[in-house]
Design a binder for this molecule. Structure first.
Ligand code: PFF
Length: 444
């Protein structure tokens, strides 16, 4: 088996690419979608606690798994834990392909909305907006959006780790921060901004903390947004040298991702409140953001159109730095495990995902199901297995990799302790609640 032959130009390049993977439509679309399904402040609090206490150690473990083995997601679990961990590598592949399939459909919607705002304008009212969303989320239009997004993702991944993925993240991430900051300031001066923040962050109902759907949404959002659990960060970490201080890098990734999630919420919720779109949003479906936002912005004329172009442009940049990490999971596995050439692997996987993407392109119901299964259950399961592998099966590997990059002994032990005694049990509970909640929703 060929060990990873590519590498990042520096640790900073890796951090940017990993942050690029984390920050994506999950922060913009997913956060608004899930936060508006009820839960309010309880959802946000649970989400932040899960990210910091549960996901952060798992992210470090996933990075260690990649760096210490220098192998792709399909092979790394076998190298670390032996043959019986082979199914974990397969889980990574299945989950990454499944997520990319619906993610590329969402990217297609984003791209179409962007182009429409840029070239044609915004829909004049709610009915026009719904009609436009119907157009982009079904039939040939949605399939075209899927194919274009996959092709762009393929071009970046085919250009390689340093020449493609790292180069994109180096300009994409700073651009995204600047755009988001601009929008945040603009939104803060909208007439209904205070009410928006209130609805998003401050509507507090402690009983929601125990509601299964809020718990499932918070776990799903945390794992999906950080993007840990399916080998994307593992694949990136395999191209990393021994010296990078992983705990600090994981913390930067988590910090940037959470900041962007909260900032995006502080843009979308004031918008929704200011334009009186609360009712649309509380009947939330996956399309809400694509319907509510353009309608609201249309009511303030040219400035609104400009904001729409910035917002959906920013979303598209964020999405592509994430989709490349999803594609890297199967691509690096074919290169590393089966000795394929990168280009062949890229276009074979793109073709496969194009087929898997047809159901979510043609039906938003299928997209919701794939989001809940691949982006929720399988991702959380992957996180649980990574935590188990590095804390119970191969703790020596975990500790020695961290020692090798100069992590102080107390921090090493604290991380191992939290993986074992906090992440594993908490994820097991989160996974069970999520599965039961979905079963009740679908079959109950
Ligand atoms: N974190 C990305 C987002 O928030 O949009 C989505 C994602 C990327 C999920 C990579 C999983 C992953 F492995």
């Amino acid at each position: 088996m060929a060990r990873a032959s590519e590498s990042w130009s520096s640790s900073f390049g890796f951090v940017l690419a990993a942050a690029g993977s984390a920050v994506g439509l999950g922060n913009l679309w997913g956060f608004a979608y899930r936060a508006s399904q009820g839960g309010g402040g309880a959802f946000v609090l649970l989400y932040v606690v899960i990210v910091l206490v549960v996901c952060l150690p798992v992210l470090v473990a996933e990075m260690v798994l990649g760096r210490s083995t220098s192998h792709a997601p399909l092979i790394a679990p076998i190298t670390a834990g032996g043959r019986r961990w082979a199914p974990l590598g397969l889980l990574f592949l299945v989950a990454a392909l499944g997520i990319l399939a619906f993610y590329a459909v969402l990217m297609g919607w984003t791209g179409r909305t962007l182009l429409h705002a840029l070239l044609v304008g915004l829909p004049a009212d709610m009915a026009a907006s719904e009609a436009f969303f119907g157009l982009i989320s079904s039939g040939g239009g949605a399939v075209l959006g899927l194919l274009v997004s996959l092709a762009l993702t393929g071009v970046v991944v085919a250009a390689g780790v340093r020449g493609g993925i790292e180069r994109l993240s180096r300009w994409g991430m700073p651009a995204l921060f600047v755009l988001l900051l601009g929008l945040l300031i603009w939104a803060a001066f909208l007439p209904g901004a205070g009410a928006g923040y209130h609805q998003f962050l401050l509507r507090w109902d402690a009983a929601k903390l125990l509601e299964p759907t809020t718990i499932r949404n918070a776990f799903t959002q945390a794992f999906f947004s950080i993007g840990t659990g399916i080998g994307a960060i593992l694949a990136y970490a395999a191209y990393l040298n021994r010296r990078s201080g992983l705990p600090a890098e994981a913390l930067s990734v988590v910090g940037m991702d959470t900041a962007v999630g909260l900032m995006a919420g502080c843009v979308t919720f004031p918008l929704v409140a200011s334009f009186g779109l609360g009712d649309v949003v509380s009947g939330s479906t996956v399309g809400t953001l694509f319907i509510a936002l353009p309608t609201g912005l249309a009511s303030i004329g040219l400035a609104g159109r400009l904001v729409a172009v910035l917002f959906f442009g920013l979303a598209y940049i964020a999405a592509i730095t994430s989709s490349v990490s999803l594609l890297e999971v199967p691509v690096s596995s074919l290169v590393d495990g089966l000795g394929w050439r990168r280009r062949e692997a890229v276009w074979t996987c793109v073709a496969l995902v194009a087929v898997l993407g047809l159901p979510p392109a043609l039906s938003t119901g299928a997209l919701e199901v794939m989001d809940a299964l691949f982006g929720g259950v399988l991702l959380i399961l992957g996180g649980l297995l990574i935590a188990l592998l590095l804390s119970w099966q191969a703790p020596a590997r975990f500790l020695s990799d961290l020692q090798g990059c100069g992590t102080p002994p107390a921090l090493r032990s604290a991380l191992l302790f939290s993986l074992r005694w906090i992440s594993v049990p908490a994820i097991a509970v989160g996974l069970s609640v999520s599965v039961l909640d979905l079963a009740k929703m679908w079959f109950g």
